[in-house]
Design a protein around this ligand. Structure first.
Ligand SMILES: Nc1nc2c(ncn2[C@@H]2O[C@H](COP(=O)(O)OP(=O)(O)OP(=O)(O)O)[C@@H](O)[C@H]2O)c(=O)[nH]1
Ligand SMILES: [Mg+2]
Ligand SMILES: [Zn+2]
Length: 331
């Protein structure tokens, strides 16, 4: 995933296009054209050149996407047009996004997949095994997007006393630098009330390895999910929808986006400085290394290495940072 800043040029181009489209919309008042009315809706899912949009009355409608609009993604607020009898509609414009997450497409170009998110819920579990390597990469995204990030350890029911204390001590590193860690279990209904409180009145996205239980967590919080799933599948011409990001409304208020698990997660399209900025505990030491452009690898008088020696920064986190720089260099 990457942050919106990386796509600034692209964003500007899209925005200019949208401004033009908006102006066009404004100049064609709907009363000129009584059969084609314009509405605002929210994108629930997108599939190539089509998107499923939730209308203001809660119904889902399949929309084509007008050319040159750029990528329309889950969470986008859009203006669409349809005549009352139409089952299909056309998206004319996208409202400005307050945030966007992207992942590399097959050409390693950033491809947005979710928009207008407030917080990222990183889901991990004892099975598949917890990976700090992956966790640190997600946290770089959290820090560089400026979104709120929380770590959820699902499948807590699989932990006995000793594996619980082992995993808890590994997570202490993250709690010490200010991240909230919440243990949950879909099976035992553990931690879900707290999770619902965290999700209330915000737009959150669940990210994490395939199989950690992201969809199961959502399923547990949404009693009417099955209904929504079949409605979605109908709006999408009966296709299965499990492979794309999908937005759901939570019963207590707020929205949640389920995203497909990431199998191949590489650091990509990001600068060394952004990686460093992704380690929030490095911040207090900024400007304290002997060299202003210190990369905290083997430079003398490095304040970060000093902090590791003194025990105020975790050596494992510094190692993780250095691994990411290596990975970046290898491309
Ligand atoms: N023991 C246990 N199993 C769980 C729990 N939550 C989910 N599972 C199981 O974990 C498996 C994967 O769950 P999913 O919800 O499909 O995982 P996901 O993260 O959505 O996976 P992708 O969609 O591939 O990214 C399923 O077999 C679930 O039944 C839990 O709290 N405890
Ligand atoms: Mg899933
Ligand atoms: Zn340094």
């Amino acid at each position: 995933m990457a942050q919106r800043k990386l796509n600034k040029q692209q964003q500007q181009r899209i925005r200019a296009q949208q401004d033009r489209t908006r102006k066009n919309i404004e100049s064609t008042s709907s009363s000129d054209n009584p059969h084609e009315q314009q509405f605002e809706g929210i994108v629930i899912q997108h599939h190539g050149k089509q998107a499923i949009v939730e209308e203001q009355n809660g119904h889902l409608i399949n929309c084509k996407i007008r050319q040159n609009l750029g990528n329309i993604v889950c969470g986008d607020r859009v203006i669409y047009q349809r005549s009352p009898e139409d089952q299909e509609a056309v998206i004319l414009a996208v409202k400005e996004r307050k945030s966007v997450l992207a992942r590399p497409d097959f050409n390693r170009k950033p491809k947005p997949f979710a928009a207008n998110i407030d917080q990222i819920i990183i889901v991990a579990a004892p099975e598949p095994e917890l990976s700090e390597h992956l966790l640190d990469r997600y946290l770089v995204i959290v820090e560089t997007t400026g979104l709120h990030g929380i770590i959820v350890i699902n499948k807590a029911d699989l932990l006995d006393d000793s594996s619980m204390s082992e995993i808890a001590s590994r997570l202490l590193v993250y709690q010490n630098i200010g991240y909230q860690v919440l243990f949950c279990s879909v099976k035992d209904n553990q931690g879900l009330k707290q999770l619902q409180t965290i999700l209330k009145d915000r737009t959150s996205i669940l990210v994490g390895q395939s199989g950690v239980g992201k969809s199961s967590l959502i399923n547990q919080m949404l009693p009417e999910l099955e209904l929504r799933t079949s409605e979605l599948s109908q709006a999408n011409h009966g296709k299965h929808t499990t492979s794309s990001s999908t937005l759901y409304h939570l019963p207590l208020g707020g929205d949640i986006i389920d995203s497909p698990g990431i199998r191949d997660f590489a650091i990509w399209n990001i600068s060394e400085a952004q990686i460093a900025a992704g380690f929030s505990e490095f911040r207090p030491y900024q400007g304290q290394c002997r060299f202003h452009n210190c990369r905290h690898i083997n430079e003398p008088d490095c304040a970060i290495k000093q902090a590791v020696e003194e025990g105020s920064i975790s050596g494992q986190r510094l190692q993780s940072y250095q691994d990411m720089l290596d990975e970046l260099k290898q491309g």
